[in-house]
Design a binder for this molecule. Sequence first.
Ligand code: ASP
Ligand code: MG
Length: 420
Amino acid sequence: MKVYKFGGASVRDAAGIRNLANIVSHEKDNLVIVVSALGKTTNALEKVLKAWISGAGNYFTILDEIYTGHLSVITDLFGENSETRGKIDVSFAILRECFLTSPKEDYDFEYDQVVSYGEIWSTIIVAEYLKKNFKDVEWCDLRETLLTDDRFRDANVLWSESAKRVQSIFDFKKKRIYVTQGFIGGTVAGHTTTLGREGSDYTAAILANMLDAESVVVWKDVPGILNADPKWFPDAHKLDEISYKEAVEMSFSGAKVIHPKTIKPLHNKNIPLYVRSFLTPEENGTVIKADITLRKIEPVFIKKEDQILISILPRDFSFVMGDNLSRIFHSFITHGIKVNLVEASAVSIDVCVDDERTKVDILIDDLKTEFSAVYNENVEMLTIRHYTPDALVLITKGREILLEQKTRSTVRFVVRKEHS
Ligand code: ASP
Ligand code: MG
């Protein structure tokens, strides 16, 4: 069997869903199809949530806009008054009902209960449409199948129990095609969780691992994985194949091609991942797999924007390595701050993290009795994999470099953001 993953851009309208069905029609193997929320629904649901929590009355209006968007897709695909419309109406009614109560204190909990609806709606629509076109199609609710802990908005999969459920639910003796949600799961207590923004790629990889898939195909609006963002480097070009290690390093450094957690479950079972374009499905895209012997390793450029560079110094001038190091990193983990780069000297340590100011302020406050901390905002992290002298010049020309880190294969610069 194979796992196909379709992101929001691929199902942003009725034409996108028809195109999805056309792509599926060329696949004769058994399939699990993982679908994200339609278009920008997740962002819109985040707005609804914020408006509801802050007490702003306009959340109904935003929710109505989301409903209208979904309804127009449904009407286009199924005509007026379809069964699909009935299902979506019920689901919206349940969500509207939730908004009549007051939000709980726990923002992350409420986030998952609300924002997860995007994937429920999209998968109902896609599954119903595929049922019209193919035999043997089934919708699956991952909230009951993919069990996670209760770290809301960044949930961890409970691997062995989920694998059991996944293997029994996705039963290809019963159906050939299963449609299910990316991004979401559920706790044992029955609460919905999410795996982090853009987490549908990760879901596809998890299911592929548990079902021993032959391959995963992520259908995107780009021809594959490029060696740079074309908005940054106009002559960026597609890489035909890269190794798991390269892919993980690229996404960790900030390449937005695939969710960073996606590779591990695939690597562990040696399952190749294809990144292909839903706009040109006849083309091969990029394959990520084990042990690529690259004929020529070319530079790959990655930019991670919106970073903060924090410098932490023990107040008593003790060495930073050893006990101080574990104390500092324990604090990063406790406050849910992901570390993108570390550089240590004798009595200070520099850490580059995503610009999430509230979390960083709490961290600094937590460390303040033992450590002093200063930070630079408005910085970016630039990475070149397989750098060359020319590549170094190209990337740093005219930039103010705050930190530079070099290994044999990779160079990283933390630079001040350019004024636009
Ligand atoms: N819909 C979710 C998001 O936009 C998950 C995903 O698309 O992967 O973050
Ligand atoms: Mg999305």
